[in-house]
Design a protein around this ligand. Structure first.
Ligand code: GMT
Length: 408
């Protein structure tokens, strides 16, 4: 086991942490990457073990290393075994860089690969090198509420959770759902999503200079256009068509534009609907964007009408930028959005009510400003990385200490 250097300021010891996640666009990858960046900034050494460079990393950050998982393609393999290549790379990196723990995001298949890697290290041929490598699995959402519930994955998801040395969930909702769906008796630590409140913040000067790219100012008797925003990976669970329908009703009532950030399977259906509803000229399809912190503050209102959301990271990022959210009352959303205070909650699919509420709110500057202020306050009081990262650090220490105590 690597001896961690205890820092003089009383913070947790510096550790060498392996992080695995889906590196492409998606909430779990965003959280894993931002966590790695924050840990590295606090002096830990972070090793990303992933199929490609996580999209929010430049590859040049201090204290961050990237290890690509290379999958050997052999004609016999109908499905190249990525999980095994990942396990092999995890064990190698843990060995070469003396990792203190592996932290995997999204249960399937990452927790299973990590369990294999732990076993490979524990039982390797050279007895002197054998050691126990603790693994932590963070559950994000669809790994529990969708994918993991499929019969083909349920038993192995349950196994991955039970065999992890530590398990965290990003909301209380997700913890309870996991316990109930997989009959988990062991501890699940709730560590909610977070946002860097210095990076996700509204800078009025920047807003004033960038907003004209997306909205028209007041002219004559016509008021300035309002800007609505949606950010996601455009999967069916996000209900993008509801975003377009809500916006069409809003645009019929007041001058407005919609900024759609992201891409995915439902993008073309959204484009078709925008054309059919005659609002295509008012919708900015921006595709995948790296610096969403520069775009979100430009908006007046976020729309997140998801079928399911175990937390709703996109809403948190918007709130930190002082943008309140119209969302659905599902999953863990109510742990973030206080209905009527920093956002508004509706039943899934009730686009009529969402649009009516958006029109009323956008037409009431004082209420909109109060909600914008409350949104920023919620983000900075409860979900800033400066509050949440120490919870991960403390959890790492507990899990590492348990692993050391259990050592033969
Ligand atoms: O829905 C996504 O954006 C992808 C998904 C994932 O696992 O990559 O996101 C989940 O994790 C986010 C970060 O922890 C949560 O904020 C989202 O609520 C959650 N999505 C769902 O539950 C549908």
């Amino acid at each position: 086991m690597t001896l961690a250097t205890a820092p003089p300021d009383g913070r947790s010891p510096r550790r060498k942490i392996g992080i695995t996640c889906y590196p492409t666009y998606g909430g779990s990858g965003v959280v894993a990457t931002e966590l790695g960046i924050e840990l590295a900034a606090r002096g830990h050494q972070v090793h990303f073990i992933t199929s490609s460079l996580p999209f929010r990393l430049s590859g040049r950050e201090a204290n961050i290393f990237f290890h690509e998982v290379d999958v050997y393609h052999y004609p016999l393999f109908e499905h190249p075994p990525y999980d095994l290549a990942l396990a092999t790379r995890m064990a190698e990196v843990a060995e070469f860089y003396s990792l203190d723990l592996l932290h995997v995001h999204y249960a399937i298949p990452h927790s299973i690969s990590a369990i294999l890697a732990r076993q490979m290290i524990e039982t390797q041929q050279e007895v002197a090198r054998r050691r126990y490598l603790p693994i932590i699995t963070t559950l994000h959402g669809t790994d529990i509420t969708l994918v993991g519930l499929d019969r083909s994955y349920l038993p192995i998801t349950q196994y991955g959770i039970e065999q992890s040395d530590g398990v965290t969930a990003i909301s209380s909702y997700l913890r309870e759902r996991t316990r109930e769906a997989f009959n988990i008796q062991g501890e699940i630590e709730v560590i909610r999503n977070f946002v860097n409140c210095d990076v996700y913040v509204r800078d009025p000067a920047k807003v004033a200079s960038m907003r004209p790219r997306f909205t028209a100012p007041a002219s004559g008797k016509t008021p300035a256009e309002k800007l609505l925003v949606h950010l996601s990976n455009f999967r069916p669970v996000k209900r993008i068509l509801d975003v377009v329908e809500v916006f069409a009703r809003v645009a019929a009532a007041l001058p407005a534009r919609l900024m759609l950030i992201g891409d995915g399977p439902d993008r073309s259906a959204a484009e078709h609907l925008a054309v059919r509803l005659g609002i295509a000229g008012r919708v900015h399809f921006l595709g995948k964007q790296d610096n969403v912190n520069e775009l979100l503050p430009l908006a007046d209102l976020m729309v997140m009408p998801s079928e399911m959301e175990s937390f709703g990271l996109a809403a948190l990022e918007a709130m930190a930028c002082g943008v309140p959210t119209i969302a659905t009352r599902v999953g863990g959303v109510a742990e973030l959005i206080d209905d009527g205070v920093n956002g508004l909650l509706f039943p899934v699919g009730d686009t009529e009510a969402m649009a009516a509420a958006a029109i009323a709110l956008l037409g009431d500057e004082a209420r909109l400003a109060a909600m914008a202020g409350a949104s920023r306050k919620t983000a900075s009081d409860r979900f800033c990385s400066s509050r949440i990262i120490p919870l991960y650090e403390a959890y790492y220490e507990r899990v590492i200490a348990r692993g050391q105590a259990a050592k033969p």
